[in-house]
Design a protein around this ligand. Sequence first.
Ligand SMILES: *[C@@H]1O[C@H](CO)[C@@H](O)[C@H](O)[C@H]1NC(C)=O
Ligand SMILES: *[C@@H]1O[C@H](CO)[C@@H](O)[C@H](O)[C@H]1NC(C)=O
Ligand SMILES: *[C@@H]1O[C@H](CO)[C@@H](O)[C@H](O)[C@H]1NC(C)=O
Ligand SMILES: *[C@@H]1O[C@H](CO)[C@@H](O)[C@H](O)[C@H]1NC(C)=O
Ligand SMILES: *[C@@H]1O[C@H](CO)[C@@H](O)[C@H](O)[C@H]1NC(C)=O
Ligand SMILES: *[C@@H]1O[C@H](CO)[C@@H](O)[C@H](O)[C@H]1NC(C)=O
Ligand SMILES: *[C@@H]1O[C@H](CO)[C@@H](O)[C@H](O)[C@H]1NC(C)=O
Ligand SMILES: *[C@@H]1O[C@H](CO)[C@@H](O)[C@H](O)[C@H]1NC(C)=O
Length: 395
Amino acid sequence: MELVISIVFVIAALLTCAASPGDRLLVNMTVVRSAAAIGAYCLDGSLPAYHIHRGFGAGARNWLLQFEGGGWCNDITTCADRAQTRRGSTRLMNQLETFSGILSNNASCNPDFYNWNRVKLRYCDGGSFVGDAMFDNGTLVLYFRGQRIWQSIIEDLLPKGLRFAKKALLSGCSAGGMASYLHCNSFNNYLPNATAVKCLGDAGFFLDAPDINMYHTQRTFFQHLVTLQGIEKNLDENCTNSISDPKQCIFPQYLLKYITPPLFILNSAYDVYQFHHILAPPSADSHGLWNHCKLNPKACLPEQIQVLQAFRVEMLTALRSFLFNSSRGGVFINSCFAHCQSESQDTWFALDSPQMYNETIAESVGDWYFGRNVSKKVDCPYPCDDTCHNLIGAV
Ligand SMILES: *[C@@H]1O[C@H](CO)[C@@H](O)[C@H](O)[C@H]1NC(C)=O
Ligand SMILES: *[C@@H]1O[C@H](CO)[C@@H](O)[C@H](O)[C@H]1NC(C)=O
Ligand SMILES: *[C@@H]1O[C@H](CO)[C@@H](O)[C@H](O)[C@H]1NC(C)=O
Ligand SMILES: *[C@@H]1O[C@H](CO)[C@@H](O)[C@H](O)[C@H]1NC(C)=O
Ligand SMILES: *[C@@H]1O[C@H](CO)[C@@H](O)[C@H](O)[C@H]1NC(C)=O
Ligand SMILES: *[C@@H]1O[C@H](CO)[C@@H](O)[C@H](O)[C@H]1NC(C)=O
Ligand SMILES: *[C@@H]1O[C@H](CO)[C@@H](O)[C@H](O)[C@H]1NC(C)=O
Ligand SMILES: *[C@@H]1O[C@H](CO)[C@@H](O)[C@H](O)[C@H]1NC(C)=O
């Protein structure tokens, strides 16, 4: 009996990733000097940057690249404001970045990727790393050069060992999750055929769904983004050739079937960002009738819960063909009010982190990446999941 208890205790201790703030892994910034040669600039004209922590042991030749997220700017005013913040300028960013969750170097916190080369690509273009345009009226200059930033970082990493990668995973959350959908094929093309290339989109499955007043708020937002930032020419050609409005190919749901490498879709069916900005944006709720519900799902009225359930169904419908027909794909659609679940240790892999069928997100992604098991999980509707801890407040 004692033996059993101590074994259980040891397992629990191994699974407990309770890194105290003191032993956080902080990684220094690398500025991409060669980026200027191809005009790869942040919104304000500063040089792009990434943070790299080297792999070791069995992971020394494996590479994880993660796009930082942080919304978008889709007009001159908001982009000019953004250029003066850490979201638009590497000059204003912290030099030392915390690596946790999928970026952790601790096997007890990140069982499958801890010993890989792990790179965080800083987000400073406001257009999910896919724009290519410029604004210059004599007094104000703004660079929309996300696509070139992506190119400059990859080209900087290739000679640092990326070109000899055995395994590679492109990930990212939110606007960065969308970037990993948008650049998955391109990532694959940069790497040798023999490299196992896969992609993970975390909270990046932004739906082309109407808001509560049946306006296409998000579609309009993205149309302005695509136009301002010159994104259309960088969208997948197979997609843009087969759809009436090519701009729509920025939405992962339309791009999905053209993504060649194996893909993992990690998203909450009630993604907090989408709930607050796509489904019930302030423009559709001028009286703030949704405010309580946004802050606390328990405060939602029954009819609001119904609207949220319909949104979940819309997401699952957009994923139907992927769920049924993608043999190499992975899915983790849970029912927690969350946004970004791979970067924070609490949601990625901890004793009380979200689970489905008794698996954490880290285990599900690992099962999929290494082909240990089929890894397609869709949660029952809210409020059935009792593993939703450490969440909300994301937006
Ligand atoms: C890894 O994390 C565990 C659990 O938080 C901790 O006990 C251990 O000291 C950490 N190891 C390293 C090398 O930081
Ligand atoms: C980070 O890198 C910069 C530039 O290489 C260097 O000046 C600085 O000392 C480094 N900081 C730390 C904490 O290593
Ligand atoms: C350039 O654009 C900015 C932002 O729209 C505006 O404030 C400024 O007056 C413009 N300058 C000129 C010369 O038009
Ligand atoms: C990679 O595969 C493509 C298509 O199968 C082929 O055309 C190309 O020559 C291959 N490249 C290398 C370096 O093997
Ligand atoms: C995309 O189009 C190219 C030719 O333009 C084709 O070779 C490729 O198979 C297509 N990919 C998908 C996923 O349809
Ligand atoms: C799966 O693929 C088959 C064959 O292409 C197709 O008939 C079927 O409709 C697809 N199922 C879904 C759910 O998209
Ligand atoms: C869930 O997983 C834990 C540890 O991985 C295991 O001890 C437990 O038996 C599992 N529970 C179920 C219901 O499978
Ligand atoms: C594989 O996944 C299934 C369904 O989630 C689960 O029942 C089974 O225990 C898993 N097998 C392994 C070896 O993890």
